[in-house]
Design a protein around this ligand. Sequence first.
Ligand SMILES: [Zn+2]
Length: 451
Amino acid sequence: MAATRIWIKNPLAIFTANQLDAAGGLVIENGVIAEVLGAGQQPSRPCERTFDAREHVVLPGLINTHHHFYQTLTRAWAPVVNQPLFPWLKTLYPVWARLTPEKLALATKVALAELLLSGCSTAADHHYLFPGGLENAIDVQVEVVRELGMRAMLTRGSMSLGEADGGLPPQQTVQQGEVILADSQRLIGAYHERGAGAQIQIALAPCSPFSVTQEIMRASAELAGKLDVRLHTHLAETLDEEDFCLQRFGLRTVDYLDSVGWLGPRTWLAHGIHFNPDEIARLGAAGTGISHCPSSNMRLASGICPTLELAAAGAPIGLGVDGSASNDASNMILEARQALYLQRLRYGAEKITPELVLGWASQGSAQLLGRSDIGELAIGKQADLALFKLDELRFSGSHDPLSALLLCGADRADRMMIGGTWRVIDGQIEGLDLAQLIADHRQAAKQLIAG
Ligand SMILES: [Zn+2]
């Protein structure tokens, strides 16, 4: 039986993340893009279905490269609203240590639903909490990702340096190195898909210089090399972290990264703010990716990522919303707006365009995750699409549709297609009772804080 072909016809505007003219739309077949049509062009042969996109701005499905889904349970919690990173973490760790599989499942579903409705089709999560009873945290997340039909890069995070040994996290939240490595290997074997169209991938992600040992950093890099998966961690987020590295290791952050075998193209880093010119050159030469997280960096007053210097040096740039205790929204299209404005403060209005920022949120983010099958609209790429309508009050009077998405503050996709399947229709996630999810998640969040 021949596959159904669907023509996404004549969009109001379309951003391909490359130079292709796609004004005539896209033809989707077998979950991938089969044709890219220029202005006035027709599909090469008839399509069984046509979706009239004359009211839609079409983007590649956006790709989030840094998050902590579990943190949706601790959004806008009064004790940490006005704290910078280190005290913020120390106040939250004991609360997070009470996480259970049921609560993590709800938190994951809320984060993914929120991302999906904001135009995101692929999400990375950095999960590093495995308290007693939650040893199967990543398995729990895999189930939720499958249920929603999104793509995910689930990173097996870790913490192994507790307070007793000079680290930041309390002792009950850290694991032994052997346990971390054995579970990492198990998860890659059980879930990591390779090749075009992968739905679930696993990466290794020791949490940060101040919460893991050098041994686990080195061992994770070796295991990732052996099993060919990616590496992720937080780096150069704050000056407190830089001071910690100088005091404990006698090294600046990039020297530390290099010393444990992480400075390479397999690695992508969250934040990447406090680098000197020499470090930027080394990161670029190594092809190490940077996940820019503007809202989180503004909320915790951490600093501004030097995106243009990093990109000029050769480091791929992607976008991340970061965890919901430091953003506290998981909204990719609003994060692109935030990146546009924060980066304009650093580089000026002429250099930071909507196209540049949307490119970070799509093609750049795909590079960070090591994927060439998503993040742009071209023949052979996965049919992951985000469609936005400009019919709300906030868009009234706007002229250029693509700019309007960011300048007028689009916050919700009208439709989402992932691998050729509609997952969001008329702003609603297919098969999800959102009201019930919110009720359950609220209850879980209250319980978690109450202890
Ligand atoms: Zn983070």
